[in-house]
Design a protein around this ligand. Structure first.
Ligand SMILES: [Zn+2]
Length: 464
């Protein structure tokens, strides 16, 4: 090929590429317009519901949202009738790869009995149940299998993002970071060295500021979107007290500094008051649970702008199934349950920032919305409860630019529930329409059977 022929070839090639690109753009621009209509609309941030709600969707985005908007010509109209449109709910605290909801000892045995791949397959059902319940985004705060170093939460997130399976958008934490013998030590309660070695940073167990930094770096390297750590004891762990501090202020400072340098938010599991105070001072982004926090600690939170993720459903469930837990855990659960109602009432009165979060896995996946009623029963206005799971959660997650409200340009994560949730908050438990990024996941009854959990019967394991 001579030089001028070569240039002719190149110009023809670039013309062809341009035509192909413009075709792709025009196909994208011609995405079908879908108009969602319902009697009411909650936009994720306003103080009241709008009447005659309309959300106009094209591709994966919201083109417009409001009330009484005109319907574009040739649009597909989905009229949901006497319902309320809302941004997809967000749960700031799930464990989609796990299920702790049944008998505690049976669950522990199952965890070491089933191979991790099989547990990952079960997790795909938990993910579907969650998104079909209207939760289009979750922060998944810790996934680990004793004796294993798999990153099942990362695999679940990626498979959802690639459209291989159906589930919510996930921000995953990989292993929760914690101290030797602390709430997150997966070998606590088992015979010493049963698994051949003490867990280390590669399973989230770290002692001292440098080891904490290494654990944060290791988790980000392996796909963590958010960093989770246990700074106090917990209810469902066998070797600690529920409210003792488990990281030192120097360890917390290293945790927050390293995570924030890597632009990751820090969520800390914390029941105890002293640990909460130290964590808030260290600059964590959210306190998860917070059961024993005293008013002066809440004041500190308010001044620092720290979020509370209350996870009230976790204690509700444990208390309703208390016989499922060993006596030592029953005592811890009772103490946490007795303290957390006053803590939450105080937090509401003081105007602490609250992000919705449930600890799903402690109770069966897909029942996340029951948290709303518990919050309202403890003094929160229904409209504010709805905000915790939409605008507030998006703010805490650091994704408010993309989602969390029904506004032009945001991702089309839209759900509908019957009636008026500000008049009956349990409407949130009956979500009937779910759209995620413009794709309809559900319109009417759930498309999958309810997820089987180990609560009372467990079809995954033969009875013999
Ligand atoms: Zn949790």
């Amino acid at each position: 090929m001579n030089v001028s022929a070569f240039y002719r070839f190149c110009s023809r090639l670039s013309f062809t590429i341009l035509v192909l690109i413009s075709c792709a753009i025009s196909i994208h621009a011609a995405d079908k317009v879908i108009v969602l209509k319902a009697a009411r609309l909650f936009d994720g941030k306003s103080k009241t519901l709008a009447q005659n709600g309309v959300v106009i969707v094209q591709g994966n985005k919201i083109v417009d949202a409001g009330n009484n908007l005109p319907t574009p010509t040739d649009a597909q109209v989905i009229d949901l009738g006497d319902a309320t449109l809302s941004p997809g709910f967000m749960d700031g605290h799930t464990h989609l790869t796990l299920d702790f909801s049944g008998n505690y000892n049976e669950r522990r045995l199952k965890e070491v009995d089933l191979n991790v791949s099989e547990q990952a397959i079960l997790a795909t059902r938990y993910a579907r149940a969650t998104v079909e319940a209207g939760f289009t985004t979750v922060r998944d705060l810790g996934s680990r299998f004793v004796g294993s170093k798999e990153f099942v939460d990362v695999a679940l997130r990626n498979s959802i993002n690639k459209g291989v399976i159906v589930g919510p958008r996930m921000l995953v934490a990989t292993y929760g970071i914690g101290a030797t013998g602390g709430h997150f030590d997966p070998t606590s309660g088992f015979r010493d060295m049963l698994f051949g070695h003490e867990p280390d940073f590669s399973q989230g167990i770290a002692d001292g500021p440098d080891a904490i930094r290494k654990a944060v770096r290791f988790e980000v390297k392996n796909g963590a979107d958010v960093i989770k750590a246990a700074v106090s004891g917990g209810v469902l762990s066998l070797a600690d007290e529920v409210d003792t501090p488990q990281l030192t202020p120097a360890e917390m400072a290293a945790l927050v500094d390293e995570s924030h340098r890597l632009r990751k938010k820090v969520a800390v599991h914390c029941h105890g008051d002293q640990a909460a105070k130290e964590a808030i001072e260290a600059g964590v982004d959210s306190i998860e649970h917070g059961s024993f926090m005293k008013p002066e600690t809440l004041t500190l939170m308010k001044n620092k702008g720290t979020y509370l993720t209350p996870t009230l459903m976790a204690t509700e469930w444990i208390m309703s199934k208390i016989d499922n837990y060993p006596p030592a855990l029953q005592a811890k659960a009772k103490a946490a349950a007795a303290a957390r109602s006053d803590m939450f009432r105080n937090a509401v009165k003081m105007g602490i920032k609250v992000s919705f979060g449930t600890d799903a896995a402690v109770f069966p996946h897909g029942q996340n919305a029951k948290e709303f009623k518990v919050m309202v029963d403890l003094g929160m206005q229904p409209i504010d409860a709805l905000k915790t799971a939409t605008g507030n959660a998006a703010d805490l997650f650091g994704i408010a630019q993309k989602t969390g409200t029904l506004e032009k340009g945001k991702l089309a994560d839209v759900i509908a529930m019957p009636g008026d949730p500000t008049a009956d908050i349990t409407a949130t438990e009956r979500v009937s329409f779910v759209m995620k990024e413009g794709k309809i996941i559900r319109n009417g009854p759930p498309s999958a059977p309810p997820v089987a959990v180990s609560a009372d019967a467990d079809p995954e394991i033969p009875a013999d």
